[in-house]
Design a protein around this ligand. Structure first.
Ligand code: FAD
Length: 517
């Protein structure tokens, strides 16, 4: 099939032609006439490629390409290799914040075009699902649970993101303390490297590429297929929230829960800080579950401007005796020191639980906030410094909240594989802090520059106080910043780059390396 190509003579094209050199024109002609893609190429600039969820950056690509298969992806990478300056970015759902999926005057590959063909396979004692890199986690859930009663072990909170997108970062949620991030639950990958080669890789085959690509920020290859470990899916979930006035007690219980053996703890452990006020979005009303309303009476008078909520869940089956679920939940809750009377519970199906953020998305869309800028900040902070972080950041800088959730929950380093490209704080227990800012667009909300500046202040505060922390979904403007981020892993990261993407054409939006000429 001949590539379906559309060119629109508009002002963007003129700009592209005058700003870029002849090489780009040659590539356009090459892409249209010689590449023989089975998929399609769009030069119109009207698609989603110049934007992302963050809404802070915009960069126009030369072309937005919908591949029909892995071979098309490899052809695009090889076309860029033949040029003197083209870059290639894989785009999943574009839920990045800082332009990571963009390629200024480069080629953006729409990975959502590669989403079909999920296959559940058994290998020995284990069961896996083979999925395309552009598949949504929500579709993986649907296929595995409704078709087979199975599910991946480790999730993200939000499932409208692609498998390749989260595996290029880590993929964390309330199951991470037990099973590790999503990148700890992958058996095999198919990757198109920056050399245009398609490689199958795993712990035992092309292992350096396998571990490089996991958490690799798209730097070493484009993930076109992943084999993900499955387990039996529960039918139901008891979803529970309990409230703390003291951060110390919140942390003590959270760390206790994530360090207990399976069976002695919950199946899901997350937490968040919220404002001690009646603010509907980020105060007391944001905590209750089901029909129970938040009663402020049990909040101690001594409580500060911010309160804390542990969010936990217990899996069970339809046939289980309800009294045994109540008993199992109350034994676990009985050891915890939350404020008496500030406990909320609801029973939901397992898919409903995993799709819980979808409702927040619908509400944000209805309020016109989903398309507003999202200057989110995600950090991993050692438990040694999390109390200082609470004191200086939550209780001071963020005492009025961020207009959205402020997640804070612990995970264990030993559940992560240090052969992947991710870097973490030292020590066994560290916390995810996710500041999911969701203000209405300016002028109803604060100017986005103010929020970005506050993020920088928070990072500076962590640095100046000597906190052991790393950015999650990291973003730096200079290679110096990246060197500091990777620390003693920088030389490994660089070596992997020269091995798998020697011309540095992949994922230019991460701004780690410049394209080699
Ligand atoms: P994109 O934004 O499209 O891409 C991200 C990066 O990966 C880019 O550099 C891109 O070039 C590269 N890339 C994309 N696809 C591939 C591929 N197939 N192969 C190689 N590189 C590729 N994260 C969590 O860990 N836990 C959460 O609970 C969580 N919740 C979120 C909730 C919301 C509402 C949002 C917006 C984000 C959330 N995230 C969470 C962050 C999310 O996991 C990352 O932003 C992820 O990258 C999004 O996937 P995507 O498909 O949109 O990737």
């Amino acid at each position: 099939m001949v590539a379906h190509s559309e060119r629109f003579a508009n002002e963007n094209e003129t700009e592209m032609r005058t700003d870029s050199n002849n090489d780009a024109d040659d590539v356009v002609s090459y892409l249209c006439n010689d590449l023989d893609l089975k998929g399609s190429i769009d030069f119109s600039q009207t698609g989603p490629a110049p934007k992302d969820f963050g809404g802070l950056f915009s960069a126009r690509p030369l072309a937005f390409i919908k591949p029909a298969d892995t071979d098309d992806v490899a052809k695009v990478v090889r076309a860029a290799l033949r040029s003197s300056n083209l870059t290639v970015a894989a785009r999943g759902t574009g839920h990045s914040i800082n332009g990571q999926t963009m390629a200024e005057r480069g080629l953006v590959i729409d990975m959502r075009a590669l989403e079909e063909g999920m296959e559940v396979i058994r290998l020995g004692e284990s069961v896996y699902v083979d999925v395309a890199g552009g598949a949504l986690w929500g579709d993986v859930l649907k296929c595995c649970v409704s078709g087979y009663g199975l599910a991946p072990r480790s999730w993200t909170d939000y499932l409208n993101v692609t498998v390749g997108g989260t595996l290029s970062n880590a993929g964390v949620s309330g199951q991470t303390f037990r099973y590790g991030p999503q990148i700890s639950n992958v058996k095999e990958l198919e990757v198109v490297t920056g050399k245009g080669e398609t490689c199958v890789c795993s712990e035992v085959q092309n292992s350096e590429l396998f571990f490089a690509a996991l958490g690799g920020l798209g730097q070493f290859g484009i993930i076109t297929r992943a084999r993900i470990l499955l387990q039996k899916a529960p039918d139901m979930v008891r979803w529970i929230r309990v409230v703390y006035a003291e951060f110390e007690e919140f942390c003590r219980d959270a760390e206790f829960l994530v360090t207990r053996p399976e069976g002695e703890t919950f199946d899901f452990v997350e937490g968040f800080a919220f404002v001690n006020s009646d603010d509907p979005v980020q105060g007391w009303p944001s905590v209750s579950l089901g029909s129970t309303r938040f009663n402020r009476a049990p909040v101690p008078q001594t409580a500060g401007p911010v309160l804390y909520c542990l969010e936990v869940a217990l899996h069970y089956e339809n046939g289980d005796d309800p009294s045994s679920i109540d008993a199992a939940a109350s034994v676990k809750l009985g050891r915890m020191r939350f404020c008496d009377g500030l406990e909320f519970q609801v029973d939901v199906s397992y898919p409903e639980f995993l799709l819980r953020v979808k409702q927040a998305e619908q509400e944000a869309r209805a309020a016109g906030q989903w398309d507003a800028p999202h200057p989110w900040l995600n950090l991993f902070i050692s438990n040694e410094h999390i109390a200082d972080f609470d004191r200086t950041v939550f209780k001071e800088m963020l005492k009025d909240g961020v207009g959205g959730p402020m997640l804070v929950y612990p995970m264990l380093r030993s559940r992560w594989d240090d052969r992947t490209s991710v870097v973490l704080p030292e020590g066994e227990i560290f916390y995810l802090v996710a500041l999911l800012r969701s203000s209405p667009p300016y002028p109803q909300g604060p100017p986005v520059e103010e929020l970005v500046a506050q993020n920088l202040q928070i990072i500076q505060c962590c640095t100046q106080n000597g906190f052991d922390f790393k950015l999650y979904l990291p973003h730096y403007k200079t290679q110096e910043g990246w060197k500091l981020h990777f620390g003693n892993q920088w030389s490994r990261f660089k070596k992997r780059k020269s091995c798998f993407d020697p011309m540095a054409l992949l994922a230019p939006g991460q701004r780690i390396f410049s394209r080699n000429y």
